[in-house]
Design a protein around this ligand. Structure first.
Ligand code: ADP
Ligand code: MG
Length: 471
């Protein structure tokens, strides 16, 4: 009985999460369409297509010492790079990662920026011989991965928070001014030369080494993409056109929505209880902050409807992983984030699925599971992760479509640089994304498209853009 009921829940999930190629092509076309609408006029699409004011990407010839600051969704990093010009490229780089104390994610703006400036100050102070030649100021690129409406390459106001952040008094404020104020309080003499996000940084970091990189994409805590657009293909742009004729567009594609998206009851409930209901629907289907939470919801339904886990205490299964630390700031992000657990279960290759058994026990207090049940749990992880990866591939295909690079014409090489913890560490997600992109493009076009893991682009990219701006 229990097994039949359980199979019903899984079968329904399988069906609702199905992403046949025809559906993905519709999603890709919708993405390309929204991109056009967002470029047409301000507010033309849920996909905001924000101007980054980055009109020249690093060439590889930059020289000197530059700093970067990377505020993502989970960690934050400070780094320093020494660029040696076209022959030597990155001569040396050092970085440090700091996890963001959860209470700062919903506190005040000055607390958050005070913390960031403090950590940056410590990093700079510990470095030897960092005095700049002839009293020049230290140049810093700031990667801030939340939607920002920019007014120049080094200023911009926060549109809204996403992921787990919610600091009301920062919305509408210039984040560079906030950072600069906090740095002054710390006695840090640095100049913020560029404000970008992780997608733009990934694009810049990869372009530094390879001219054919056309887009930077993130699948980490959240998701976003940036690409190079012809300036004259941006009707909403009112300013003077840049010399380069190009403009990097920060898509903010996490907010993409299309009726073709396979949204289930679990996704709807997750959205409703999130910090940003109705927003970031594509992000909630495809990124690390949410995949574990979706699986958790399916397992709870499975338990309640079929009793397949036996007479267990469902309280652990009922605990929202991530979305509640606004209410309870004491829950730490690292403990609460379950997508790495999903990944571990999904990749379990032991014959009796020992890792699945361990995870179920440790995290959810579900004991004595049969092999059949463990297999079912793996399938649930597979369904949720596969849907995410296939939708992710459709998004990438949408960008290529918009650029007219999905048909393999002229064999023009196009490289998509991808970064983020989900893409980097969740092997099955990454493999599925890559194979699905091949499936969508077809054999001929696939030959001229490459997906590349751009390790650490978001941090170094900011420093590189600071460098290319400062000359
Ligand atoms: P951010 O998006 O905060 O800049 P990252 O790009 O490092 O950070 O991504 C971190 C996210 O990646 C985590 O929140 C988690 O969702 C996901 N992640 C990290 N490691 C794994 C893993 N082993 N398996 C699956 N997801 C992972
Ligand atoms: Mg990041």
């Amino acid at each position: 009985m229990a097994a039949v009921e359980a199979e019903k829940v899984v079968a329904e999930l399988r069906e609702r999460c199905a992403t046949p190629a025809s559906l993905l092509r519709d999603v890709a076309a919708a993405m390309a369409g929204e991109m056009g609408a967002g470029l047409e006029k301000e507010g033309g699409s849920r996909v905001k297509m924000l101007l980054s004011y980055v009109d020249k990407l690093p060439s590889g010839r930059e020289e000197g010492l530059f700093y970067g600051l990377d505020l993502g969704g989970t960690n934050f990093r400070v780094l320093k790079v020494h660029l040696g010009g076209s022959k030597k490229h990155v001569v040396n780089s050092e970085s440090r990662e700091v996890s963001i104390p959860p209470h700062l994610m919903s506190g005040t703006s000055s607390e958050l920026f005070g913390f960031i400036a403090g950590e940056l100050g410590k990093f700079v102070a510990e470095e030897e011989g960092t005095d700049m030649p002839n009293g020049k100021k230290k140049e810093l690129g700031f990667t801030f991965s939340f939607p920002v409406r920019q007014r120049s390459v080094a200023s911009g106001t926060l549109v809204k928070w996403t992921k787990a952040f919610s600091i009301d008094d920062a919305v509408g404020e210039d984040v560079v001014a906030e950072l600069q104020t906090a740095m002054v309080k710390q006695g840090l003499d640095m100049h913020v030369a560029a404000l970008i996000n992780d997608a733009v940084g990934t694009l810049a970091g990869a372009r530094y080494y390879d001219e054919d990189v056309v887009a930077g994409v993130i699948f980490g805590t959240g998701t976003n993409a940036a690409y190079v657009e012809k300036a004259n293909a941006i009707p909403k742009w009112e300013g003077e056109l840049p010399n380069s004729g190009d403009m990097v567009i920060n898509m903010e594609w996490g907010n993409f929505y299309s009726s073709h998206l396979p949204v289930t009851e679990y996704d709807e409930a997750l959205d409703k209880e999130s910090l940003n209901p109705g927003e970031q629907i594509y992000e909630k289907l495809t990124s690390g902050m949410y995949l574990g939470e979706i699986v958790r919801r399916v397992l709870l339904k499975l338990s309640l409807q079929s009793g397949i886990f036996g007479s267990i205490d469902n309280s652990k299964l009922k605990t929202r992983f991530h979305l509640r630390f606004k209410a309870d700031p004491k829950i730490s992000v690292n403990v609460a984030n379950r997508t790495p657990h999903i990944s571990a279960m999904h990749h379990d290759e032991t014959p009796d699925l020992k890792i699945v058994a361990e995870k179920l026990h440790q995290i959810l207090e579900i004991t004595h599971t049969s092999l059949e049940i463990r297999k079912m749990v793996v399938e649930i992880c597979d369904i949720v992760a596969r849907r995410a990866a296939r939708l992710a591939a459709a998004g990438v295909a949408g960008i290529l479509m918009k650029l007219g690079r999905n048909g393999g014409i002229n064999n023009q090489r196009s490289v998509i640089a991808i970064d983020g913890g989900l893409f980097e560490h969740y092997t099955k997600f990454r493999e599925c994304l890559e194979s699905t992109l091949g499936e969508l493009l077809g054999e001929e076009a696939s030959k001229s498209v490459a997906v590349k893991h751009a390790n650490d682009g978001s941090g170094i990219g900011a420093a590189l853009i600071a460098a290319s701006q400062s000359r």
